[in-house]
Design a protein around this ligand. Structure first.
Ligand code: MG
Length: 322
């Protein structure tokens, strides 16, 4: 091949590959909530699908831009979730600067690769003052980007809904003083199972708020979907920011029937679905093996069953949402 032809072929190759890469943020732009539906800048119903990184304090090696690129291009994620551990050693309270570095690598990777990113305060207890400082900083730094979604409380456990509600309103006020529009995800008691309590007493007076439901299909089935249906009927917007096919412990066998029931339910109701997690722990829900490189390029032999199946699911969802 002569040089001219080679250069032409090279540019053609680059053009084709950039055309093949989905660009969810270019397509959907600023997100908002209309009724119960996540909606894009053009007013179309929008569904985000992707994966959550595992706790940054335990799996920091995957928190880099390169792995985000791999998840955007090979796994076809339209969103990723940075799960910033708050309470454990090396979490945000213990090491705030290092923790932010890890989370921001994922945020910046998402911005560079044109996908949405959930900034997740991964805690099980209320830490109001620390959360306000953190989200004010994130909103100041990233609130202008359409890519950003704030998740202000991963999974409340024992705190009552009135307590979680009061905390959430404080956080919403903090973020909205800086960023008027990006989506904010609100948790609810018992690991985001108590969506019926939200339905009976929702937060009012703020826009672009959604509520999280988390499921582990080996443990949570129809009764949690019934609660979620009840909430949807009462006008509560739902976002599944964490989910998987096995038991709630993250271990045990994958219940494929119930997992599929949830996937179908999300599709029917146009609800976004994020799977847990990018980690290499010896447990069913960690999608990778210890052989997996920190920066992506994972081959089938680097992935566990949950990783292989989640990647398959994401690629199918991306095809449908094209
Ligand atoms: Mg904004």
């Amino acid at each position: 091949m002569n040089l001219k032809l080679f250069v032409l072929a090279l540019f053609l190759g680059m053009y084709i590959s950039s055309g093949l890469q989905a660009q969810p943020v270019k397509k959907h732009g600023n997100l908002s909530v209309k009724g119960t539906q996540l909606t894009d800048e053009n007013g179309n119903a929008t569904v985000l699908n992707g994966v959550s990184y595992g706790w940054h304090n335990w799996w920091p090696r995957f928190y880099n831009k390169e792995s985000v690129k791999w998840l955007a291009t090979d796994w076809k994620c339209s969103a990723v979730r940075a799960a910033m551990g708050v309470d454990p050693a090396k979490g945000y309270i213990d090491q705030p600067e290092w923790s932010k570095e890890k989370v921001e690598a994922v945020i910046q990777g998402a911005i560079e690769n044109d996908i949405y990113v959930i900034i997740d305060w991964h805690s099980h207890t209320i830490k109001l003052d620390a959360a306000k400082v953190f989200f004010a900083e994130m909103a100041t730094k990233y609130g202008k980007h359409p890519h950003i979604i704030y998740e202000i409380f991963n999974e409340p456990v024992k705190d009552s809904w009135p307590m979680v509600k009061e905390y959430s309103i404080e956080l919403i006020k903090t973020i909205r003083a800086i960023d008027p529009d990006n989506i904010i995800l609100v948790g609810n008691p018992h690991w985001d199972q108590d969506i019926h309590l939200v339905a009976d007493d929702p937060i009012v007076g703020y826009s672009n708020i959604m509520y999280t439901v988390h499921f582990y299909a080996g443990t949570h089935g129809k009764s949690l979907r019934d609660r979620s249906d009840y909430a949807l009927k009462k006008g509560i917007p739902i976002f599944i920011s964490e989910s998987a096919g096995m038991e709630a412990s993250g271990n045990g066998p994958i219940n494929y029937t119930e997992w599929q029931n949830w996937i179908d339910w999300c599709e029917t109701n146009k609800i976004s679905l994020i799977s847990w997690s990018v980690a290499d722990k010896n447990e069913t829900c960690s999608m990778l093996k210890t052989t997996a490189a920190s920066e992506g390029n994972w081959k089938e032999e680097d992935m566990k069953e949950s990783g292989i199946k989640t990647r398959e699911l994401l690629r199918k969802q991306a095809e449908k949402n094209k």
